[in-house]
Design a protein around this ligand. Structure first.
Ligand code: ADP
Ligand code: MG
Length: 591
């Protein structure tokens, strides 16, 4: 009690309660999209349109239109009442529920922090329906209107009454990227539904009704993915697995391309994603991840979906069994699949020079040795193996005698040399080149004029989400010497790259640098530039397995000896090991 004798602990009023609940469910505009689309899916819609407007100040309005069941008048009013749901009646129903919603919180929460208008008509009615407008939790309109069967929800002025939340919103472009990724995931989890995502009047993404997963993936990732997909189907006890994984040649640097849905609900299921990755074993180097699109249908009794307000996580009982089933399924299909990488599409090749694919021997395996080195940056099945390299950053004439003498190249990975003291040096060519490039790129820090035009621009065809991520990253990329322009709805043209990467920069290197950097969402932070520099050094560096001419090796050694710390690469791994004459003599029992 306080001095006046009043109770200091009070019950919160309903508005405050709803705003607090909204804080959990409606974190950002993307949460609104998620909740509304989930409702449309639950309502049995076969067509869902997500229509968004934005300007520099933020997201203007979010509209989701569906052709689902619609609602009768009284239900439409009830829908805005907190904890009102048509989907469950008792907690026990949860254990058999297959709907995405069940908490009855979304509409109430969204309407607590915005103005929502809902137009809905039940299926089978003749366009007579209901319009309801709710602003900051209070109903301001409820009328009969003419509207087609289905439901349209429009959300305006999001967070207008919660200034703190509004202040912490991400920049519009990253929010749009985030929403795009969300719609992509919905399209993948529900190939039977036609999704259309419209932003400021232009269609960003659209999938066909009654499409299959394969078709959806091709429409999202481009025709190039078709030959990289391996179907997965497995069934054991209460668990069914269905979907696609990619060949090891199509790997990525992080696990964000592993999309898992459980009973049609996309979830962040880290253990399941890890289980997919472990199925690849050493087919992929450390820290490389495949793309995977897997749907698990599991007896709902084995799942607790009620562990997160936005239902982004679920709890699985028998998680270990389920994960090992996933791993086994992946192992099995990879064993049976033809993993030889396909030659890339012509238009994706740089400099118009069509590269020959790997030489293969009779067994269908790459004719070169497959190593399992300590590096993690490259793909072992790299189709550039065995090609004489164009080594960027090493083109200048060499003036002084290098104090390292070139002796030979071993397996396209190590350079053998004699050091200044006469020691035998074994040098990792990739790590060495990475160090050289890193030093050069760091020296040009912040200078945009150090740019080198590409002989032929690299065209990057990207997914809608990647498109947005790149857009956000363009200022920094430009500052580092890239010249990138939008090229149609789903592509960027890269016309120039940082000079250190050279005019012959490989398509894959350019793509990997740009995608890695833009999609890690740290591309605007303080250490963004350092990360970009490292990434460029790593991707620009000559790959292990690349045969270099003696001259190129000599230049690399020369430049390496001029770097500030030639002993380790920017990631701290050793660049060279040395064996002294004494040590060698000992090994051969010469003394
Ligand atoms: P929940 O989805 O957890 O039930 P919501 O607040 O999201 O809670 O929605 C409340 C109710 O409104 C739902 O249970 C459903 O009956 C109805 N509803 C919401 N959106 C739609 C829609 N697009 N089509 C048909 N009914 C809907
Ligand atoms: Mg809902």
């Amino acid at each position: 009690m306080n001095a006046d004798g009043h109770c200091i602990i009070r019950l919160l009023d309903a508005d405050t309660v709803n705003q607090i609940a909204a804080g959990e469910v409606v974190e950002r505009p993307a949460s609104v999209v998620k909740e509304l689309v989930e409702n449309s899916i639950d309502a049995g819609a076969t067509r869902v349109i997500i229509d968004l407007t934005s300007d520099r100040r933020g997201i203007g309005r979010i509209r989701v239109v569906d052709n689902g069941s619609g609602m009768a008048r009284e239900d439409a009013r009830m829908a805005f009442v907190p904890h009102a749901t048509s989907k469950i009646r008792h907690i026990a129903d949860l254990s058999k529920s297959m709907t995405l919603g069940f908490r009855g919180e979304a509409l109430a929460s969204i309407a607590a922090v915005s103005e929502v208008s809902l137009a809905t008509a039940e299926r089978g009615t003749d366009r007579t329906g209901t319009e309801i407008i709710v602003k900051a939790g209070s109903m301001t309109r409820s009328e009969e209107i003419g509207t087609p069967p289905g439901t349209t929800v429009t959300v305006k002025d999001l967070f207008f009454n919660t200034p703190a939340r509004k202040k912490f919103q991400k920049p519009v472009s990253s929010e749009i990227a985030f929403i795009t990724r969300q719609v992509e995931s919905f399209a993948i989890a529900h190939p039977e539904i036609a999704f259309r995502f419209v932003h400021n009047g232009s269609v960003r993404l659209s999938t066909e009704e009654e499409g299959d997963l394969f078709g959806v993936l091709v429409s999202l990732y481009g025709a190039g993915i078709a030959t990289e997909l391996i179907p997965v189907e497995a069934c054991e006890g209460p668990v069914k697995i269905f979907g696609y994984i990619t060949k090891p040649s199509f790997s990525r640097q992080n696990s964000s391309g592993i999309l898992i849905s459980i009973n049609r609900r996309q979830v962040l299921a880290r253990p399941v994603a890890d289980a997919v990755r472990s199925g690849y074993g050493t087919l992929l180097p450390d820290k490389r991840y495949p793309l995977a699109f897997l749907e698990l249908s599991i007896d709902p009794a084995l799942i607790d979906v009620n562990v997160h307000p936005a239902k982004r996580f679920v709890r699985l009982s028998r998680e270990r069994d389920i994960c090992s089933l996933v791993t086994q399924a992946v192992v099995r299909v990879l064993r049976g699949a033809n993993l030889v990488p396909e030659a890339p599409l012509d238009h994706t090749l740089h400099a118009g020079s069509k590269k020959s694919p790997l030489p293969y021997n009779q067994s269908g395996r790459p004719a070169c040795e497959v190593h399992e080195p300590a590096h993690t940056e490259y793909i072992l099945t790299d189709r550039r193996l065995r090609q004489t390299a164009l080594v960027p950053g090493l083109m200048e004439a060499q003036e002084n005698q290098p104090d390292i003498e070139f002796l030979g190249q071993y397996n396209g990975i190590y350079i053998l040399a004699r050091g200044a003291e006469g020691d035998l040096l074994l040098i990792d060519q990739h790590a060495a080149h990475e160090r050289v490039l890193y030093d050069q790129l760091s020296a040009t820090r912040g200078m945009s004029d150090e740019s080198q035009e590409l002989l032929v621009p690299v065209i990057l065809t990207v997914t809608p989400a990647e498109y947005q991520f790149i857009r956000v990253a363009i200022p920094l990329l430009t500052g580092k010497g890239f010249v990138i322009e939008e090229f149609g709805r789903d592509s960027y043209a890269v016309r120039a790259v940082p000079a250190a990467l050279g005019s012959t920069a490989r398509y894959e290197a350019v793509r990997d640098v740009i995608l890695e950097f833009s999609s890690n969402r740290r591309c605007t932070g303080p250490d963004a530039e350092e990360m970009l520099t490292r990434s460029m050094a790593c991707h620009g560096a000559v790959k292990a397995g690349t045969v270099m001419t003696p001259d190129q090796c000599r230049r690399l050694l020369d430049q390496l000896s001029r770097t500030a710390s030639p002993w380790t690469c920017p990631h701290g791994r050793p660049v060279m090991v040395s064996l002294s004459r004494d040590r060698l003599d000992q090994m051969f029992l010469r003394r």
